[in-house]
Write a protein that binds this ligand. Structure first.
Ligand code: FAD
Length: 473
């Protein structure tokens, strides 16, 4: 009997999983699945312990679902990628695996690892790689001259055109292929212990339930509500998408089922949500076209000459939510506490670190990664380089968010701020974004830090620092 092995990585689901589906397509093959945890690699990339815990919880769900279908899932821990390749080669030899199936990962180290593995397995096991974690494979959407787009809007136009020509049907889960097998249980990873958080129950059923409810009940209002952090106006699906408990095809197909005219109605909430899924694709396509992005290089080279502020005290104040700017502090405490932060707030906090504190965006990128439940190299890097004006589709460096007016606009009554900063509970709505001004007027004392920078001065200093770096370009 031939043996097929599925290597699960960032695709922790059994439905709409191309590699798993292909491995099970031969009814006579014995199918095994494997997951390899690589804690050293995770630490190198500052993966949040809560994200490792979320992977673990979802892996248990996958193991249960596979066991019900007669497929055994083996979980192995290897310190890093070379160790994983060695282990997998001997596992394939020992189990006489004739074909290995996996869904591609697009980060540079992961791609190198797969190349090494394919080489090591030559003559013994054939390898089948699939583009599964994206709606369209990297390289599929190109400019007229055959290059990757550097600006988002034309990318989106071309992307939608390709999407309408492509088959993005979701695949069913594998059929049962024998007796239900005992579920051995996946041991805890050798990683700092953490809770994934009750807000995100593990498993693809939970993720699909959330997707269905969002597309049915909320997506119509998405455009109207998506920028207000006090309102649950976004899908909250990012932790699931980041580790592949849910696929972007499932998202798109569910959206299309609820809103069949999504592609023809660019002013709709549905289109606005699809637009976000396409941003996700854009940053991944970009990372493949420009692998240096994986190595924390800025896309705009001259920005590497900026003389950053190296103050640890400023960095820590930002990390701990003690900058004296309520919208920034509330957001950072939400991140530290839950592992998730609203997109508008990610933009505000990233802008504050880079443009108000003049701290290197890479310090922020690392810190986000160390806390996020939805940590994703491409999206995080893309978001940070966008906010820092160092990326492809960057905002020009002279456009700088004012954290106070951003707060006033997107949390006008301070509902979000009060949720995370109870020390400001008594401050009236109209003063919530500048609480010390109110305290002074009223002769009150606040147990809340004074602003660590004056925004107006910080803005001028940042402009000067960017201009000085650009002068030598
Ligand atoms: P929704 O608004 O419901 O969007 C649906 C899905 O589209 C999201 O789940 C996500 O997968 C994708 N998406 C949405 N916005 C973006 C975007 N701007 N770029 C790429 N994909 C997007 N997203 C991550 O998944 N992981 C990260 O590590 C990450 N880091 C970020 C860092 C910064 C500085 C910024 C500005 C943005 C970052 N984002 C990241 C993008 C975005 O903030 C989150 O995807 C979004 O807030 C997740 O919430 P949601 O699932 O409710 O999103």
């Amino acid at each position: 009997m031939i043996t097929h092995l599925v290597w699960l990585r960032n695709d922790l689901r059994i439905t709409d999983n191309k590699a798993l589906h292909a491995a099970c397509s031969n009814p006579d093959a014995r199918v095994l699945a494997v997951f390899i945890a690589t804690p050293q690699q995770w630490k190198r990339h500052h993966m949040a312990p809560r994200q490792a815990a979320f992977i673990h919880a979802n892996l248990l769900e996958v193991q249960r679902a596979l066991a019900e279908r007669g497929i055994e899932l083996v979980s192995q821990e290897c310190s890093d990628f070379p160790a994983a390749v060695n282990w997998l080669v001997s596992f394939c030899r020992q189990q006489q695996v004739s074909a290995l199936f996996y869904n591609r990962q697009y980060e540079i180290n992961e791609r190198r690892r797969d190349e090494q593995l394919e080489q090591a397995l030559t003559g013994m096991t054939t390898c089948h790689g699939f583009d599964d974690g994206l709606l369209l494979p990297p390289g599929d959407v190109k400019t007229g001259s055959g290059e990757m787009y550097k600006v988002y809007t034309p990318f989106r136009r071309a992307f939608i055109q390709r999407l309408t020509e492509s088959d993005v049907t979701s695949l069913p889960p594998p059929r049962p292929r024998g007796k239900v097998i005992a579920n051995a249980g996946v041991g805890a990873f050798n990683y700092p212990p953490a809770e994934a958080g009750a807000a995100y129950p593990a498993g693809e059923e939970a993720a699909l339930r959330r997707l269905r409810a969002f597309c049915r009940e909320q997506v119509a209002d998405y455009l109207k509500l998506r920028d207000f952090p006090a309102i649950a106006g976004t899908s909250n699906l990012s932790p699931y998408l980041a580790i592949g408990v849910l696929s972007p095809r499932q998202c798109f197909n569910r959206l299309r089922a609820e809103c069949p005219r999504v592609l023809e109605e660019p002013q709709s909430g549905a289109f606005a949500w699809l637009n976000e899924l396409i941003w996700r694709e854009f940053y991944r396509h970009l990372m493949v076209a420009h692998p240096a992005l994986c190595m924390q290089r800025p896309f705009i080279a001259w920005t590497d000459r900026i003389r950053w502020n190296r103050s640890e005290t400023d960095l820590q104040a930002w990390q701990q939510g003690c900058t004296g700017y309520p919208i920034v502090d509330a957001a950072m405490r939400q991140l530290n506490h839950t592992g998730w932060m609203h997109n508008r707030l990610r933009m505000i906090c990233a802008s504050f670190l880079v443009k108000d504190l003049l701290i290197d965006w890479r310090a922020g990128e690392r810190y986000f990664m160390s806390q996020l439940l939805d940590g994703d190299l491409a999206a995080n890097n893309g978001g940070w380089q966008w906010a820092a004006s160092t990326g492809t589709d960057a905002v020009p460096y002279f456009r700088i968010f004012n954290p106070t007016t951003q707060g006033e606009r997107f949390d006008p009554q301070g509902h979000f701020i009060r949720r995370w900063l109870p020390e400001l509970a008594e401050v009236p709505d109209k003063d919530i974004h500048q609480p010390h001004r109110w305290a002074q007027k009223e002769g009150r004392e606040l147990d809340y830090p004074l602003p660590i920078v004056d925004h107006r001065q910080a803005r001028l200093d940042t402009l000067a620092a960017f201009e000085a770096a650009r002068r030598f370009d």
